[in-house]
Design a protein around this ligand. Structure first.
Ligand SMILES: [Zn+2]
Ligand SMILES: [Zn+2]
Length: 138
């Protein structure tokens, strides 16, 4: 009897571990994230502390990626927010916490990020001419 209960307990355990693991993954940002029931709903939760953590690996800002349809990404000052559950750069995180309608802001954010990126690319060209050439040929 006891053995039987133990066995069923362990199967139950392994399934619950699996589901909680998939929930732990940090989420991508889409337009839906900002809508009702979206994964960024908790950003206006008054109890949310928005603690920022240093990501374990290389992390890219999810908002930069969302606003520019993955054309521009940044790794500068990117942290993981426990409440937003995304990797996000400090500037975008500030926006997230204050701007209610991020979707309306998307076009202007996109422009801004593209411009930012252009300047960055120009600087890179000056320093690493060879690398830029090889990227362009791919
Ligand atoms: Zn946050
Ligand atoms: Zn960002």
């Amino acid at each position: 009897m006891t053995n039987f209960i133990l066995a069923s307990d362990s199967t139950c355990d392994s399934t619950s571990t699996l589901s909680s693991q998939s929930r732990m993954k940090c989420s991508y940002v889409t337009d839906e994230s900002f809508m009702k029931l979206g994964n960024l709903q908790s950003r206006f939760n008054l109890k949310a502390s928005h603690d920022l953590f240093i990501p374990s690996g290389r992390a890219k800002c999810a908002i930069h990626r969302w606003a520019t349809d993955r054309k521009v990404t940044t790794e500068r000052h990117v942290y993981f927010c426990n409440d937003c559950n995304i990797n996000v750069c400090i500037d975008c995180h500030r926006l997230l916490k204050s701007e209610e309608n991020m979707i309306d802001l998307k076009p202007s954010l996109c422009k801004e990020f593209m411009k930012e990126n252009e300047i960055k690319m120009k600087d890179k060209k000056k320093i690493k001419k060879l690398q830029v050439g090889s990227i362009a040929s791919v």
